[in-house]
Write a protein of this length. Structure first.
Length: 93
């Protein structure tokens, strides 16, 4: 595993109080749970399906689901299923 320093400073990250639990976008090869765990450990930002960038730090089970993320996920799941496939995991957000 290689590491790379991310020196971008012009991004706005969601650092205030979380209002919803988001579904994290992944590259498809890495499970979202692994992406979130790594981000929590290293304090790196992740991107939700809705486009929100944030550093995971709260229990998503205590927040309402982001409706925009859920709609996007449901659309993607429908397209994959119509193509004869399936998604590897159900979002926990």
């Amino acid at each position: 595993m290689s590491t790379q320093l991310d020196e971008r400073t012009d991004e706005k990250l969601g650092t205030g109080e979380a209002k919803a639990a988001h579904i994290v976008a992944t590259d498809g090869d890495t499970p979202a749970t692994a992406v979130v765990l790594e981000a929590r450990i290293y304090g790196t930002p992740v991107e939700a399906l809705c486009g929100q960038r944030f550093i995971p730090s709260r229990d998503p089970g205590k927040l309402p689901k982001c409706q925009k993320c859920k709609e996007i996920y449901d659309t993607i799941r429908g397209m994959v299923e119509r193509a004869g496939g399936h998604l590897n995991e159900t979002p926990q957000a």
